[in-house]
Design a protein. Structure first.
Length: 348
């Protein structure tokens, strides 16, 4: 569901940066008065990097953790905040990304664990009409949490905690009317690091796949890095662009967000298993030099299956599922070809 929002994929880098002496923890609490499950990650220390906006330099990676949903509910939106040890509200730019993964369900376009939510520093709060749409979650359901913090400022922060509020409607209510599920399609699929080196000048990168279910995409969004020109989602079988995302920029050219397609007002976008779909991201790097890990391109959103069918479970014995989950948990590192080669050689 919630990956309608600016989507980011796990980078899978080893822990670095400056966690607090006792180490950050990840926990989930039910806050029924707020109508939300709250996931907190911290405390962490974020040293200043003096305006260095390199994606990985100075990154802080709390350990990947698993949290458990405490009751049946329907998720329909989220917001988040970052505070220091004194409770002061901090800039959202300190978040590089947070990802939630459901290891029991598969992705729409690949036999890997389902990406439930992916957010970044430019995402902001997002919500769907709660009377209409909700992602079903169940008591005892596990979610895997991966976070990267990044401090591209001139000020250091201590005792930092990131808090994500997953807004929900209790399952005892007669709404929402429709169950929706998240999906992602990344140009760096099927597994491994999702960022890629950005060459000088114009460039593009694509990935194609077929969905496991027929249904309708009700909303779609994307995540891009600086120098991106745009991202498209197209039906290769029909030769038709279905949606195009454009970046929003500051006066200095930094990307602050990407356009979102709220397709539910038009009854969604029909998707069928016998068609091939492609995501393509385009960049124009004006620096004259290659930018390591400077590119990324992923679309994601919410999907309603056709008919009254259950969302397919993940096959935990599938080799691609195993490879992807190991990478997500930061047990192995690298891009897809590197992961395959390393595993064959027996050295992650």
């Amino acid at each position: 569901m919630l990956s309608v929002l600016c989507l980011i994929a796990t980078l899978g880098m080893p822990a670095q940066g400056a966690p607090t002496p006792d180490g950050p923890t990840t926990r989930l609490e039910d806050a029924p008065g707020q109508g939300a499950f709250v996931i907190r990650v911290g405390p962490m220390n974020l040293p200043a990097t003096h305006g260095d906006h390199h994606e990985m330099r100075g990154g802080v990676f709390p350990p990947v953790a698993t949290v458990t949903i405490p009751k049946d509910a329907y998720l329909y939106g989220f917001d988040y905040e970052i505070r220091d040890s004194a409770g002061r509200l901090l800039p959202t730019s300190l978040l590089h990304h947070m990802n939630l993964l459901d290891p029991a369900r598969r992705e729409l376009f690949l036999p890997i664990a389902q990406r439930v939510l992916a957010i970044g520093r430019e995402t902001g709060a997002k919500a769907m009409p709660w009377l209409l749409f909700g992602l079903p979650v169940s008591r005892g359901q596990d979610l895997v949490v991966s976070v990267m913090m990044h401090n591209p400022t001139h000020q250091s922060y201590t005792g930092v905690t990131f808090a994500l509020r997953l807004k929900y409607v209790p399952a005892t209510r007669p709404w929402p009317l429709l169950r929706v599920y998240p999906f992602q399609l990344d140009v760096a699929f099927p597994a491994g690091d999702k960022s890629f080196d950005l060459p000088p000048g114009p460039s593009s990168r694509s990935y194609e796949a077929r969905p496991v279910l027929a249904g309708r995409i009700m909303a779609i969004g994307a995540h891009l890095h600086d120098y991106a020109k745009g991202i498209t989602f197209e039906d290769v079988t029909e030769g038709r662009v279905l949606w195009e995302g454009k970046p929003y920029r500051t006066a200095s050219g930094e990307i602050t967000g990407v356009s979102v397609g709220r397709l539910y007002w038009k009854l969604g976008l029909k998707i069928v298993p016998d068609h091939t779909y492609r995501v393509t991201v385009t960049y124009d790097n004006p620096t004259g030099q290659s930018i390591p890990d400077g590119g990324m391109g992923v679309v994601g959103g919410v999907f309603i299956p056709a008919g009254d069918v259950a969302w397919p479970a993940a096959d935990s014995s599938d080799p691609l599922y195993v490879l992807d989950l190991k990478h997500y948990r930061r047990e192995i590192h690298g891009k897809y070809a590197e992961l395959v080669a390393a595993l064959r050689g027996g050295t992650p």
